[in-house]
Design a protein around this ligand. Structure first.
Ligand SMILES: Cc1cc2nc3c(=O)[nH]c(=O)nc-3n(C[C@H](O)[C@H](O)[C@H](O)COP(=O)(O)OP(=O)(O)OC[C@H]3O[C@@H](n4cnc5c(N)ncnc54)[C@H](O)[C@@H]3O)c2cc1C
Length: 388
């Protein structure tokens, strides 16, 4: 493409970077994907994708493959249970992406990654593994130079940092903007799925919450949130014992899965962090997308969807207008409010799930019964709006 003599470089082959590389290739924009890891293996855990993220994946032509690789909820049903397993209320996630887009999908991260990698291979996107971008030289009038950890450089018309929450490129563009610890930790484990378990289940405990979500016909994952105000260091060898102990007061559907935790390899513990980067999200011809720009707490399960939407919106804008810094400026302006809305909503959900006073928990559960569905509908009405 004449407007892109040197092409676009995307740093980071996670959800944002892989989707952006694919979306640019679909538009005929020359692109190379640079991934730091030589083996390129995402963390082995499940995740949700809600309808807005799925609709964005449809725009890059991989919705059917993603649906086949995960577990799509037919009706978006989400029973909300108390700590003992008693029903508080039943919520429904709405369909917002069209009749063929389910309200919510559970999927193994590695499977989403595989689908994106397969599609990139078919689209002949060059993927350069073992390429950690550490710097950039952006001299007007000359091709931009992305500098690798080994000192080598690659030339491009534009460089997009999709290098995650600890983005090296954010450190170069905006020194001092670091992830902030949220005060929460998330415990995740994988299990065989009983055939009858056919909905996302959320259990609201005292000071904690625990969820269960199918990710395929055979497997499900459990995710549980605890307050961790001091951000303690937990030995990996203890993760399974800690998860069992911290959530031992959960009964009902949680019991059998907690009892299955016998090996630390079954559990991933993640201290939850957030990145709040004010606009601009770019300098010159270098821009940031995904967690590098706006990592959210995971309590809405929307971080991946925001990364996918970023990629689809930015690819469309670059294909239309070429690799100008003004495109990156306009991109930030189009995406900032929506990503901030998700960050704010997610913090509120996290706080509501961590109320420690029993009377306040009862009041929260009563509010869930009365207004929970209206809150879900209101949030997804916003997510049904164009992503940018
Ligand atoms: C506990 C937890 C649960 C979550 N659950 C959900 C969920 O259910 N649904 C959802 O939508 N979101 C969820 N999220 C959020 C979601 O994981 C992130 O928003 C999403 O992964 C962001 O994608 P990304 O591509 O921006 O970053 P990442 O997925 O982190 O990818 C960054 C990539 O860049 C590479 N990289 C890093 N540095 C460099 C460099 N210098 N040069 C080249 N490559 C580099 C990394 O190796 C990696 O491949 C969750 C997050 C957490 C912490």
């Amino acid at each position: 493409m004449a407007r892109f003599p040197h092409g676009v470089l995307v740093a980071g082959g996670g959800i944002a970077g892989a989707t952006l590389a694919l979306a640019l290739a679909r538009h005929g924009v020359p692109v190379r994907l640079l991934e730091r890891d030589a083996t390129w293996r995402p963390v082995s855990a499940g995740m949700f994708l809600y309808a807005n993220g799925l609709a964005a994946l449809e725009r890059v032509g991989v919705l059917d493959q993603v649906l086949a690789a995960g577990w799509a909820s037919p009706d978006g049903r989400n029973p909300m249970l108390d700590q003992q397993g008693g029903l508080i209320t039943e919520l429904h996630y709405p369909r917002i992406g069209g009749a063929h887009v389910p309200p919510i999908l559970g999927i193994l991260r590695a499977e989403l990654h595989r689908v994106l990698a397969d599609a990139m291979r078919e689209a002949q996107v060059p993927v350069l593994l073992g390429h950690a971008v550490t710097g950039v030289e952006d001299t007007p009038g000359a091709p931009l130079r992305a500098i690798m950890a080994d000192g080598s450089a690659l030339e491009a018309d534009m460089l997009i940092g999709a290098d995650g929450i600890r983005s090296a490129l954010r450190g170069v563009l905006f020194p001092g903007v670091e992830p902030e610890f949220s005060g929460f930790g998330v415990w995740r484990s994988m299990h065989d799925r009983p055939a009858a378990l056919d909905a996302k289940i959320m259990m609201m405990g005292v000071g904690k919450r625990l969820g269960i979500m199918p990710i395929s016909g055979q497997r499900l994952y459990v995710f549980a949130t605890s307050r961790e105000p001091e951000n303690p260091w937990y030995e990996r060898a203890e993760w399974h014992r800690l998860m069992r102990a911290k959530f031992a007061d959960f009964a009902g559907p949680a019991t059998r899965f907690l009892d299955e935790l016998t090996d630390p390899a079954q559990v991933v513990y993640t201290p939850v962090e957030e990145v709040r980067l004010a606009l601009p999200w770019h300098r010159g011809r270098v821009g940031l997308i995904g967690d590098a720009a706006h990592a959210a707490t995971p309590f809405m399960g929307q971080g991946g969807a925001m990364a996918i939407e970023d990629a689809v919106v930015l690819a469309g804008m670059l294909a239309e207008a070429g690799p100008a810094p003004a495109v990156l400026e306009a991109f930030g302006a189009r995406r900032h409010a929506r990503c901030t809305l998700v960050q704010d909503a997610s913090r509120r959900v996290g706080e509501a799930g961590a109320i420690e006073d029993e009377a306040a928990c009862a009041a929260r559960d009563a509010r869930l019964r009365e207004t929970g569905q209206a809150m879900v509908d209101g949030f997804y009405a916003r997510m049904a709006e164009p992503p940018g």
